[in-house]
Design a binder for this molecule. Structure first.
Ligand SMILES: [Zn+2]
Ligand SMILES: [Zn+2]
Length: 93
């Protein structure tokens, strides 16, 4: 995967992935929750909303491939990722 992107707002940046719900929530200014994983080789870890977090917890460690597909992860530049965290956060542990 290409590890940088050209963001229309921030220019050439490292990337992070967010679930499709977070991507929509940031447009709508909704606080849908913001959770993230701990390992990544990208500029930011994968991040997802409260609903995805609940589904992930329900998996209890079993295969997360279907979960990952359903979350519909999208590429964000690392600064947009930080913005999403601020907009969507509020349920974080
Ligand atoms: Zn989600
Ligand atoms: Zn950006």
């Amino acid at each position: 995967m290409n590890k940088t992107c050209h963001c229309p707002t921030h220019g050439q940046q490292g990337i992070g992935l967010v679930c499709t719900h977070v991507a929509h929530a940031i447009d709508a200014g909704e606080r849908g929750g913001f959770f993230w994983g701990d390992q990544t080789d990208l500029a930011r870890p994968d991040a997802w909303c409260k609903a995805c977090e609940d589904r992930l917890v329900a998996l209890a460690g079993s295969n997360a491939d279907a979960w990952f597909k359903e979350a519909g992860f999208k590429i964000f530049c690392c600064l947009c990722w930080d913005e999403a965290k601020q907009v969507c956060g509020g349920f974080s542990v």
